[in-house]
Design a protein around this ligand. Structure first.
Ligand SMILES: Nc1ncnc2c1ncn2[C@@H]1O[C@H](COP(=O)(O)OP(=O)(O)OP(=O)(O)O)[C@@H](O)[C@H]1O
Ligand SMILES: [Mg+2]
Length: 113
């Protein structure tokens, strides 16, 4: 089991959602985030004296998947979010120790799917 965490441009969310749906990934969590990458948040929209990092609006997507769904999920996010410009986003893949469906008490792979 893996947790896929992606930071993407907010305007890419719809396309990412559609690509995930095509890849049969239907469960996800989305939150608004602030962040910056290697440009410290500047080059995307502002050129000036860099005194501190500039936090830009991003969308954070979290998707817990079984191992065979990692590649299709990552590919779908890339397909929906890549423009080729800086700030397109980043994807992290983390191990999940356990998953529990509260209603039934199911755990592990059964609880994710
Ligand atoms: N190492 C990191 N740790 C935590 N969050 C990160 C990290 N790198 C990027 N992010 C998050 O991802 C968002 C998008 O990052 P971004 O696409 O700008 O990455 P980048 O490494 O600067 O690549 P690029 O050069 O293509 O812009 C950031 O605004 C931030 O929220
Ligand atoms: Mg960047």
């Amino acid at each position: 089991m893996k947790l896929i965490v992606a930071y993407i441009q907010p305007h890419a969310l719809n396309d990412v959602k559609q690509e995930l749906y095509k890849a049969q990934v239907y469960k996800l969590s989305v939150t608004n985030a602030l962040g910056c990458g290697q440009q410290k948040g500047y080059a995307e929209q502002y050129r000036g004296v860099e005194m501190e990092v500039n936090l830009l609006k991003k969308v954070r997507i979290e998707i817990a998947v079984n191992d065979n769904f990692v590649k299709p999920t990552v590919d779908a996010i890339i397909k929906g979010a890549r423009s080729g410009e800086i700030g397109d986003g980043k994807i992290f893949v983390l191990p999940i120790e356990e998953t529990i469906r509260i209603r039934t008490g199911e755990s592990g792979q059964d609880a994710i799917g």
